[in-house]
Design a protein around this ligand. Structure first.
Ligand code: DGT
Ligand code: CA
Ligand code: CA
Length: 573
């Protein structure tokens, strides 16, 4: 299996972290970090570029040395420089860096002075009062560390679902090659569509004898076997992802699927309902006095409780059982409901495709319309359209619309929401656009009052149609802005501003909770790809999944509308 960009980026990040802890040259550290960023934002797979013998040093921040490292990673899946570094700096120190308040300098101190190598060691050193005696660890820092250790979730390693999906699919294909395997399903949080997963939970449905466990352990990416048995095994993959496999027979498959899809809270509710009816429900089936009533498929399991089948995205004990009982489950949105996309970029700003390429890719993805929404200029940022370039782009769009069949381009822009809530483009320009998206790309750390005021003011601009990725969070790297969501949603409803659910795997913003709150507040949603490359329209599926977790029905999503209705909606008539 070739290395993907994300894995290469992770290796470079790890290099940077460990070099920094080792106290190496800051320029070298920065070079690895920049390279990780370049790799992550690349529209194409490096493995393909290496195979085509392209010149990698033409990528920003990639010099000869890093290009050679990329080729080594692609060719061997390993990096000798990192392995060498692992012999000097314990790789487990990386987990300490994820604790708020612990940067490389402090981690280095903990390691060198106290011999702390991992979270367990840190806990022990804290308990013994040794951390507080270190220089540079004031009482506030120590308290902060203690708290984040207590709320373990801040520290626990999770993976983007999007990244885990690649491994899930590869494993499914691999395991389906074993004799007797009828089907391999990914259960757990992955199946519930959570944006991140703690591990992968695979179920192999097997008839008769099978070598599926042996085949699992022999999977190319497996680096460590944690446990193995006759019906289950747990391993770690090369990228640190844990995978659990359970082998079940066809008569149990549905019951096992319900059990291992979870969530835990949903499962507990179901088992309690079963108990109240004198039934016993577990991963093997539903039983009355030892007699098996159901278990082969999920619907039969729910039916023993007089419930319809519940879509996995809803199984969080957030009211879905009540809704199922009273026949009020939502008709969840599906990818095919989307007719258009209101947010994408071209080479005119930071995208990688031309107008025509993006239009054709959107059409190939089954869309009927696409809004072109390149960035407005912003101080300190190179790309971005000023007024003049925007007007020129609008003319090209008119011309293209005359030529293209089966797809209509809408004229739009992603405009900066400035610190004070004004938009980064004059009203005379905005009024000529069909889709105006406001977005926060700076001043993420304003206090709640100021941040809320900023967004409320932006939404009062009558030209604004949408707010892009409202919380501005980036999974794994940037926390959400601090916002009074109730006031924000109320203002969105009053001004009829649409809130976007940005489908980029690191954004998925609105998240599930906010999407549902938006609906409750009477706000409409747009599910957009925020495409920067021609491949990105495939991401709409990720956005739809997040929306489903937010109980979103198609009639609340503006880009399910036919073009003419959408245009009327945007004009506000
Ligand atoms: P994750 O991996 O943290 O993203 O979240 P899940 O939901 O995939 O959790 P995981 O992998 O620990 O377990 C998968 C499912 O299996 C979980 O949703 C419910 C079920 N399950 C696993 N262990 C237990 C348990 O000890 N008790 C109960 N009630 N259910 C469990
Ligand atoms: Ca899991
Ligand atoms: Ca698990």
């Amino acid at each position: 299996m070739p290395m993907h960009n994300e894995e290469i980026a992770r290796v470079f990040d790890e290099m940077a972290d460990l070099l920094e802890i080792a106290g190496d040259n800051p320029f070298k550290v920065r070079a690895y970090r920049n390279a990780a960023r370049t790799v992550r934002n690349l529209g194409r797979e490096l493995a393909e570029m290496v195979a085509a013998e392209e010149d990698l040093t033409r990528l920003p921040g990639i010099g000869r040395e890093l290009a050679a490292k990329i080729r080594e990673l692609v060719a061997t899946g390993r990096l000798r420089a990192l392995e060498k570094l692992h012999r000097q700096v314990p790789p487990t120190l990386e987990e300490l860096l994820r604790i708020p308040g612990l940067g490389p300098r402090r981690v280095a101190l903990l390691w060198r002075r106290l011999g702390v190598r991992d979270l367990r060691g840190l806990e022990r050193a804290l308990a013994a009062g040794r951390v507080a005696r270190l220089r540079g660890f004031g009482p506030r820092t120590v308290e902060q560390i203690r708290q984040s250790l207590r709320s373990r979730t801040a520290v626990e390693r999770r993976f983007l679902r999007f990244d885990a999906a690649r491994h899930a699919t590869a494993l499914q294909r691999w395991l389906e090659g074993a004799t007797g395997v009828k089907e391999v399903v990914v259960a757990g949080s992955f199946r519930r569509g959570r944006e991140t997963v703690g591990d992968l939970d695979l179920l192999a449905v097997v008839e008769g004898k099978s070598e599926v466990i042996a085949r699992f352990l022999a999977f190319d990416e497996v680096t460590r076997v944690v446990s193995r048995g006759i019906t289950r095994a747990t391993v770690f993959l090369r990228n640190g992802l844990q995978v659990d496999l359970r082998v079940v027979s066809p008569e149990q498959a549905g019951a096992a699927l319900v059990y291992f899809t979870g969530s835990r809270a949903h499962g507990i509710r179901l088992r309690r309902m079963a108990q109240a009816r004198g039934l016993k429900m577990n991963e093997y089936g539903v039983f009355r006095e030892g007699v098996n009533l159901a278990g082969a498929d999920e619907a039969s399991v729910y039916a023993t409780l007089d419930l319809p089948w519940i879509p996995p995205e809803l199984r969080e004990d957030r009211g879905e059982i009540e809704a199922a009982r009273t026949g009020r489950l939502p008709r969840l949105i599906e990818p095919a409901d989307l007719r258009g996309d209101l947010h994408c970029h071209t080479r005119a700003s930071d995208g990688h495709g031309s107008l025509r390429e993006m239009a054709e890719a959107a059409r190939a993805a089954g869309l009927e319309y696409l809004a072109i929404t390149d960035h407005s200029v912003r101080i300190g940022v190179v790309h971005g359209l000023d007024e003049e370039r925007l007007v020129a782009q609008m003319e090209v769009i008119d011309r293209l619309n005359g030529e293209l069949e089966g797809i209509v381009l809408l004229k739009g822009m992603e405009v900066e929401i400035l610190e004070d809530g004004r938009l980064g483009m004059p009203d005379e320009v905005l009024e000529r656009l069909e889709v105006v998206i406001g977005a926060v790309h700076s001043h993420f750390r304003l206090g709640r009052r100021q941040q809320t005021r900023r967004l409320l003011r932006a939404m009062e601009n009558p030209h604004l149609h949408l707010v892009a990725h409202p919380s501005a969070r980036l999974l794994e790297s940037r926390p959400p802005i601090d916002l009074d969501w109730r006031a924000f949603l109320r203002a969105a409803a009053e001004n009829r501003v649409v809130l976007e659910l940005d489908a980029q795997p690191r954004r998925l913003d609105l998240d599930d909770i906010h999407a549902r709150q938006a609906l409750d507040a009477g706000v409409e949603i747009a599910i957009d790809s925020d495409a920067h490359t021609v491949q990105d329209f495939a991401l709409l599926e990720e956005g739809v999944r997040q929306a489903r977790r937010g109980w979103v029905e198609p009639d609340r999503v503006v880009n399910t509308l036919p073009l003419e209705s959408l245009r009327r909606r945007l004009r506000g008539s």
